[in-house]
Design a protein around this ligand. Sequence first.
Ligand SMILES: C[S@@+](CC[C@H](N)C(=O)[O-])C[C@H]1O[C@@H](n2cnc3c(N)ncnc32)[C@H](O)[C@@H]1O
Length: 279
Amino acid sequence: MSDLIRIGDADFRFAALFIYERFGIRLTDEKRILVAGRLSKRLRALGIASFSEYFELVRNDGTGKEVVELLNLITTNHSFFFREADHFEFLSKVILPRAKARLSRGNYAFRIWSAGCAAGEEAYTIAMLVREYFGTETDRLDIGILATDISMAALASAARGVYDEAKLHEMPPAYRSRYMEETGDRKYAVAKEIKGMVLFKKLNLMSERLPLKHGFDIIFCRNVMIYFDTASREHLVNSLYSVTKSGGNLFIGHSESLRRETCPFEYLSPAIYSRGEAK
Ligand SMILES: C[S@@+](CC[C@H](N)C(=O)[O-])C[C@H]1O[C@@H](n2cnc3c(N)ncnc32)[C@H](O)[C@@H]1O
C-alpha cells in the first residue's frame, strides 16, 4: 500500500468532474482509494510524483490519449460468457423465432447491439446463439451484431478473442466444444466463424447524439448504467430508445432499473423492455 500516491481533495474533485462531464460516470467519494490505487501505477510509469501534476497533463493533452488511458483505468470491464442466462434464453426462444419469420419474408436487416461490450463476452455469446439457431443459414441472412465500448483496452481484448477459462464457467459444454478452441495455459479462443459475426467499435454512450445510422431490433446495455447517475441514465435510455426499431427490445442488467415515470420503453419482464409493438 506504500506504493499508493495520495490524491488530495481538489485533485479528486477535478477528476470526478472531468470524468462525469465527459463520460457520465459518477465517481463518489468512496471511490477515492480505488481511483488512487488504479492511477498510482500510471503516474509512476510516467515518472510523475503527484496527482496535480498528472491532471495538469490530462488537461493539456491535446491528443486525447491520456484521457483514454485514464478512462481505461477507471472503468471496470468485468464480464463473462452467458452472463444473466435468462436473457439469452429469451433471445433464443422468443426473439430469434420472431426474427426468423421476418428474415424469411426477405428484405429484412436484423440488427443487434451490445452497448458497453467490455472484452466481447456478451457479443460473442449472442453470436453463438444466433449461429446455433440459424445453423448453416446464418451467413446467408442479413444479421448484424455491433459491439461497442469506450475502453480501447477492452476492445483490443475483444478483437483478440482469447479468454481465461474462468470467463467460460456459465457456458454450456456443447457451446464450449463447438465454439471455443483451447489454446493452452487454460485459455480459450473464440472460433473464427463466431469472431467474424461481430463488428467492434469504439463509442462513448454519453455522446450528445449516438453516431449510428441504423435502428436496432435488440440492444443489450447491461451493467453499464451502474456507473451513471439519474440524469446520465435518462439521457442514455432516451438515446437508446431513439435507435431501437419499433417492436424492438432493450436488455439491461438485473441489478439495474429504469424509472417508469420517465422511461420511454415499456416494461416486459425483469430487465427486459420493448419499444411499442411491431405489426
Ligand atoms: C461491467 S462492463 C459490462 C459488460 C457487459 N455488458 C456485461 O453485462 O457483462 C461495463 C462496460 O461499460 C463500459 N462503459 C462505461 N461507460 C461507458 C460510456 N460512457 N460509453 C461506452 N461504454 C462505457 C465500460 O468500459 C465497460 O466495459
